[in-house]
Design a protein around this ligand. Structure first.
Ligand code: BES
Ligand code: ZN
Length: 457
């Protein structure tokens, strides 16, 4: 491996310049005015994968943004890894909070700042570059590689499942690899073996057909802001438990072994509170903060709107109220079942005096992997070699729905080897990627491919 690792070492600057070029493309998938840029990012990925020596590189169009597929199959008998990532990024607002422009990559104190630096352009780059390092030194790869890079992850991957469904043969592999998560902490390489699932809803409550004077009408005309608040308040009790009937029916209890493992992780509650200006942590009674994040489901209000929210006072009785809410799910909760339970409960709670519209949006299934899969063992060994430290095993509170699709449609386990950091500011202003982690990530990816070639899959 020395020549490959040396090659990586000698190419740090070029990697950085190429990643910057990628980051300059404002591929915001939620913004229709960025359509051409999102497509440009797909072309850029194609160029990278071609330069990495992939034998076949193809852009598949979908009804949305294209999927870039590439492969290099060395020998049928070798293990095949399917590397997934996304080239689209989140919107940049509030733009005024960025210290430097989001699409003009800048380096400060060893960190590269730009939208997409961590989520996910910088992280997919580590795999582009490790493949390239093998091809440019050995003219071959230790395993077969397939790349599946999409452009709609940040809008809930509306066309990905169908693509996977229709291309099961093309995508056939032994293991999935995704770098789109964070390390437990700086200097603590991590492998993630569990993700929460998600169901997302918008609730629209309508009272009168127009806003009204709250003096002339308040008291006899329903207030949708108040009614929606009551509905939302009924979602959780005072002990942080979700009150939707049967919500917990299929929740798998955390095992004693996991509890012990989590208790050993260096979670610093005081630091955590201080970082976010919190007076105290909140959540479900009887569980530690990490358990609440990783193995317990939750209900959140993501957005709330009603009436007058401008400066000063306005005595108005609003006609409408709107909330965006979501539930993070854990194994074995099923998003469709939970969605039905939620909708029934909301309809039960809504008084007959209002019109209620319930709209279900995107979502995904929760997932948890077995810790002794040989590919995970290979990844642990790779991280140890690349970062000089044993990795920790953790779950994440976030969601990557494709992982469950890989398990169900392609019948493969997935390794989540993220090199982001908890303070990377993904989805927020001043997103960044630690450059040492980036180069360590390229090494990890290279060691992983090497370890995988000897794994007994
Ligand atoms: N990279 C994240 C997933 C993630 C978040 C992993 C936090 C680990 C910790 C991904 O890009 C993302 O934001 N996913 C969405 C999924 C949704 C749009 C279906 C999420 O978790 O909200
Ligand atoms: Zn994201």
């Amino acid at each position: 491996m020395k020549t490959v690792i040396d090659y990586i070492e000698n190419n740090h600057n070029r990697y950085l310049e190429e990643l910057k070029e990628f980051l300059r493309i404002p591929s915001v998938s939620t913004d229709p005015t960025k359509d051409q840029d999102v497509r440009k990012a797909a072309e850029f990925v194609k160029g990278q994968l071609t330069a990495a020596g992939m034998a076949k590189v193809e852009i598949f169009s979908t009804e949305g943004y294209p999927i870039v597929y590439a492969e290099r199959v060395m020998e049928e008998a070798k293990p095949t890894v399917l590397i997934y990532g996304h080239y689209d990024v989140q919107p940049v607002d509030p733009i005024e909070l960025w210290e430097t422009a989001p699409f003009e990559p800048a380096i400060r104190k060893g960190e590269l700042y730009a939208r997409g630096a961590a989520d996910d352009k910088g992280q997919i780059f580590i795999h582009f570059k490790s493949a390239e390092a093998f091809m440019n030194t050995r003219q071959e790869l230790p395993v077969n590689i397939k790349f599946l890079i999409e452009g709609e992850e940040e809008i809930g991957s509306p066309h990905l499942d169908q693509f996977i469904e229709e291309h099961q043969d093309l995508l056939r592999s032994d293991v999935g690899m995704i770098s789109d998560t964070t390390m437990f902490a700086r200097g603590v390489p991590s492998l993630c073996y569990g993700l929460r699932g998600l169901v997302f809803f918008q609730l629209d409550v309508q009272g009168a057909n127009t806003d009204l004077h709250s003096g002339s009408f308040g008291g006899t005309v329903v207030n949708p802001g108040f009614e929606l608040s009551k509905i939302l308040a009924a979602m959780k009790d005072g002990n942080g438990r979700v009150m939707i009937p049967h919500f917990y029916d299929n929740v798998r209890e955390v095992t004693e072994r996991e509890r012990q493992e989590y208790a050993r992780l260096p979670f610093d509650e005081a630091n955590f509170k201080q970082a976010f200006g919190l007076k105290q942590l909140s959540g479900e009674d009887g569980y530690t903060p990490l358990e609440r994040l990783w193995v317990r489901p939750t209900f959140e209000i993501n957005g709330l709107e009603s009436g007058f929210t401008g400066e000063g006072a306005k005595t108005v009785l609003p006609a409408k109220a709107m909330a965006k809410v979501s539930m993070r799910l854990v194994p074995d909760q099923d998003p469709d079942t939970i969605a039905d339970l939620f909708e029934n409960y909301v309809r039960l709670l809504a008084p007959p005096s209002v019109h209620l519209k319930v709209t279900r949006m995107h979502g995904g299934k929760p997932w948890v992997a077995s810790l002794d899969h040989p590919a995970l063992v290979a990844a642990a060994e790779a991280l140890k070699k690349a970062f000089g430290k044993e990795p920790v095993f953790q779950r994440e509170g976030g969601s990557i729905p494709v992982v469950a699709t890989f398990a169900e449609r392609l019948n493969i386990p997935t390794v989540l080897m993220g090199i982001g950091l908890p303070d990377e500011n993904a989805h927020a202003p001043n997103e960044k990627l630690d450059l040492d982690n980036f180069y360590g990530g390229v090494r990890s990816s290279a060691y992983f491919l090497d370890e995988l070639s000897r794994a007994d899959l």
